[in-house]
Design a binder for this molecule. Structure first.
Ligand SMILES: [Zn+2]
Length: 135
């Protein structure tokens, strides 16, 4: 998953990295290990960036999650029926199965997008020099 250049928001989002240093992981476990799927550390393990900027910070991520899953479902079912000529029952069943597998990933991507709206990339934050800037 190194489609995106470091320093871009897409890099942080798709690699689920800290938005500030892009070194530390946003989540404690791998997405498809399905262990502790929703647990995030309180701070970035590399640069110390807070992952919970305020109480209820991730409510905003829920709306992003709705948008992503909504579009995904629509495009998935639409493609299955219109492009592959599936019955809608089969298309719908496949969509639900796929969503079940990708649910954790959608959840994490939504949080990564949300924290990237709120925290800027700071080159060098992970090397130790950045920590002094923001205490
Ligand atoms: Zn960091």
């Amino acid at each position: 998953m190194s489609l995106f250049r470091k320093g871009t928001k897409a890099y942080s989002i798709f690699n689920l990295k800290c938005p500030r240093c892009q070194e530390g992981d946003l989540f404690e476990t791998g997405t498809f290990s399905f262990q502790k799927p929703f647990d995030m550390p309180k701070n970035c393990p590399v640069c110390g960036q807070k992952y919970f900027l305020e109480p209820g910070f991730y409510y905003g991520a829920m709306f992003i999650s709705y948008i992503i899953t909504g579009w995904f479902a629509l495009i998935f079912v639409g493609t299955a029926i219109l492009v592959f000529g599936m019955d809608w029952q089969l298309a719908f069943g496949l969509m639900v199965a796929t969503m079940a597998v990708l649910f954790v990933w959608f959840f994490r991507i939504s949080r990564a997008i949300w924290i990237n709206f709120n925290v800027k990339y700071q080159p060098g934050a992970g090397t130790g020099t950045g920590m002094r800037d923001q205490g």
